[in-house]
Ligand binder design. Structure first.
Ligand SMILES: [Zn+2]
Length: 279
């Protein structure tokens, strides 16, 4: 099982705070907790979002994840594309990292940062993602920050860059929740657009087990099923949790219920192998 969307470090975005207190602990402590969760849930690989705006020496915000990675087999970082940086020296450093093969994807924090996907400052990142054959992920949908602006995080913005960059594979994180049908249309229309199923339900084990939580998951399951049917592309849906915002085992069970059994192999592993070109 592959979880393509977790957080091992605080994202450092305007208005988000720590995301979870655990992420401010020492790397060994985060690693121990993450390993335990992965083992319990039967997850072999996890891809972790970097942090924004971490300085010139860490142009993709992955250094702290790389401190944790030696303690967690299967953990690999996702670099953050910073649209506020436009200088050649920055992109020279970014390209060195991509050429080394250490990051599995790039990600843009739409909404949190007030740049739409088609903004010119993202273009060089898309070209690099295509050149190094890694996917480009977008936060889409609702945000955790009152300072975010939703017009930048609507999935429709991804359609434009999917058309203009046919050599790049794009991923809309969180299925654009709550705009899941809109996200499904973008997947239906564009063969180079994928989605992850992370962060659709957040909270602790108690929240997942509560009556309210179960009702919410039933509604979400219907929306996910409709999106798969509408898009006609079950091979474009990949599993993710948004851990530590949700427990890995409870989230796995939620997605197992939501996805038709004939697509489990694809969603929990095969689609990610194809998308991220693993082996
Ligand atoms: Zn996330």
């Amino acid at each position: 099982m592959i979880d393509v969307h977790i957080h091992a470090v605080a994202p450092n975005l305007p208005g988000t705070g720590n995301l979870a207190p655990l992420l401010r602990e020492a790397p060994e402590k985060v690693a121990a907790e993450l390993r335990r969760e992965m083992q319990t849930a039967g997850v072999a690989q996890v891809f972790a979002m970097g942090a924004w705006n971490t300085g010139a020496d860490d142009p993709l915000g992955i250094n702290r994840t790389l401190e944790i990675a030696p303690f967690v087999p299967g953990l690999r970082p996702i670099g953050i594309a910073d649209p506020t940086r436009t200088d050649d020296e920055h992109f020279r450093r970014v390209e060195l990292i991509l050429a080394s093969g250490v990051v599995v994807a790039l990600k843009a924090y739409l909404g949190y940062l007030h740049f739409e996907p088609a903004h010119a400052n993202y273009r060089r990142y898309y070209e690099l993602a295509a050149k190094y054959r890694i996917p480009f992920m977008f936060h889409t949908g609702d945000t955790y920050s009152p300072q975010a602006k939703l017009k930048f995080s609507h999935p429709l913005g991804v359609d434009e860059v999917a058309v203009d960059h046919p050599d790049c594979r794009f991923v809309m994180c969180h299925l654009g929740n709550p705009w899941m049908t809109d996200a499904a249309e973008v997947i239906y229309k564009n063969v180079n657009v994928w989605t992850d199923l992370s962060g659709l339900m957040v909270g602790d084990d108690g929240a997942f087990a509560s009556e309210e939580g179960r009702e919410a998951m039933t509604e979400l399951a219907h929306s996910i099923q409709r999106a798969i049917r509408y898009s006609e592309r079950p091979n474009r849906f990949v599993y993710g949790t948004d851990w530590p915002l949700a427990p890995m085992t409870a989230y796995r069970e939620f997605i197992k219920e939501a996805i038709p059994p004939e697509h489990h192999e694809q969603v929990f592993e095969e689609n990610a192998r194809v998308l991220f070109r693993l082996r």
